[in-house]
Design a protein around this ligand. Structure first.
Ligand SMILES: Cc1cc2nc3c(=O)[nH]c(=O)nc-3n(C[C@H](O)[C@H](O)[C@H](O)COP(=O)(O)OP(=O)(O)OC[C@H]3O[C@@H](n4cnc5c(N)ncnc54)[C@H](O)[C@@H]3O)c2cc1C
Length: 392
């Protein structure tokens, strides 16, 4: 799956609450002021801002969105797909979100009015037939006007195609533009765009929709019957599971967890050891690279890599605008810095005001302790780890 975000010169737009918007590198927030600046800033950094409900009218129609979660969260592509449904929906249309796996996030903030969490499913397990069965059951319950899925290689794209084939539904894949009236896809090697009315099943390409919404959904949880997640483990194929890759082998652009070092990191060996213990990929600021501590391919920022990790820990990085440009798509940013007023603190969801050397040592020790405790009492798995000796 290629998740690297690039500006496509042939498609310099994205669908937002205000309609089509031109993309400018590094720009944040909506054009045209449809999203007020503080709400945009708050949503950018995941902070809650009071937003109105999209609609309070009784629902007469449904747009169904189905997506797999990963460790209780939807990735950006799935969020964009929910946002697409919410932007397409009129006042009498509800957005129902069906999640394969656990969902610990606020579904209302994602734009969903109903949420069906199928916690028994796991994106790491291959269960296509039971997933299609679950999606068909949900579709039978809601009779949705459209079903939207992220067109990814992590299960959703496959599920949408299987469902459409089984249901004999009309389908559009790799959809790069969508509104209530039409969808567009590239044709002729991206030299042209083909449009049609919105089909029953829409498989949305990444980056087509701005997931930051100026409103919230109702976010009501719904129960569905249980599904036999092993139903598909028929004799026809065998799930060999997922092979773990060493984080250091993962390209920075694809890494989900990155620890990054700046000029404030002096003990490089301890930093690298922490990355190994955490199973995180290593990034660096330009100064740390210029100092010869890391190779150029580790540089994150305007003249380095643009990364989109779920967690990015910036050790001793000031947060210069060129560096921030490289981490604008990261979900959670944690900063470790002696200076609470460093620019990185404005971008960070959590700032640890402290020395990098001490914090790295405390973290490494706390992880070792947690691992030992986990080994002794594996039933404690999943319990939160308290990191001591770190001032938050
Ligand atoms: C054209 C151009 C392109 C650029 N491209 C990039 C790019 O792609 N990527 C990039 O990163 N930069 C880039 N830069 C450089 C950028 O402007 C900054 O100079 C650079 O990001 C600063 O790196 P830094 O934060 O590691 O270092 P510094 O600015 O020196 O900041 C170090 C930080 O560490 C903190 N600190 C110091 N000691 C400790 C300690 N013991 N414990 C905890 N915290 C500590 C300090 O408070 C400070 O905030 C570019 C610049 C230009 C002009």
């Amino acid at each position: 799956m290629n998740t690297i975000k690039r500006i496509d010169p042939r498609r310099p737009f994205v669908i937002t609450a205000a309609g089509l918007k031109r993309i400018t590198l590094g720009e944040a927030g909506s054009a045209d002021g449809s999203l007020d600046a503080s709400a945009a800033a708050a949503s950018l950094h995941g902070r809650a801002a009071a937003k109105p409900r999209r609609t309070v009218e009784p629902a007469q129609r449904t747009i169904l969105v189905a997506a797999h979660s990963d460790r209780g969260a939807l990735d950006e592509h799935a969020r964009e797909t929910v946002a697409a449904a919410a932007l397409m929906a009129d006042a009498k249309t509800q957005v129902a979100l069906m999640v394969f796996g656990e969902l610990k996030e606020d579904a209302a903030a994602l734009g969903a009015d109903k949420v069906i969490e199928l916690a028994a499913f796991d994106r790491r397990a291959f269960a296509p037939e039971s997933e299609v069965q679950a999606l068909a059951a949900c579709a039978a319950q809601f009779a949705p006007v459209h079903i939207l899925l992220p067109d990814n290689a992590a299960g959703d794209g496959d599920l949408g195609r299987r469902y459409a084939a089984q249901a004999g539904a009309s389908v559009a894949a790799h959809v790069v533009e969508i509104d209530a009236a039409h969808v567009s896809v590239y044709v002729h090697a991206k030299k042209a765009v083909a449009k049609r009315t919105v089909p029953e099943v829409v498989l949305l390409a990444p980056g087509a929709v701005d997931s930051r919404l100026p409103f919230v959904g109702a976010g009501e949880a719904m129960q569905m019957g249980s599904f036999d997640t092993a139903a598909s483990a028929a004799a026809r194929y065998r799930d060999l599971g997922i092979e773990e890759t060493d984080a250091s082998q993962v390209a920075l652009e694809e890494a989900d967890f990155i620890v990054s070092a700046g000029n404030g990191v002096t003990d490089i060996a301890a930093f690298e050891a922490l990355a190994g213990v955490l199973g995180a990929a290593i990034g660096a600021s330009r100064v740390a690279v210029d100092n010869g501590h890391f190779t150029r391919d580790k540089q994150v920022g305007a003249t380095g890599k643009t990364v989109q990790a779920s967690v990015y820990i910036a050790f001793g990085i000031s947060g210069a605008v060129q560096h921030l440009q490289g981490i604008k798509d990261c979900r959670h940013v944690i900063a470790v810095n002696l200076d609470a007023s460093a620019p990185i603190a404005k971008r960070a969801d959590l700032t640890i005001v402290g020395d990098t050397r001490e914090t790295i040592a405390s973290l490494t020790e706390a992880i070792a302790r947690a691992r030992a405790a986990h080994g002794e009492a594996s039933r404690a798995a999943g319990a939160p780890t308290v990191v001591e000796g770190v001032a938050a």
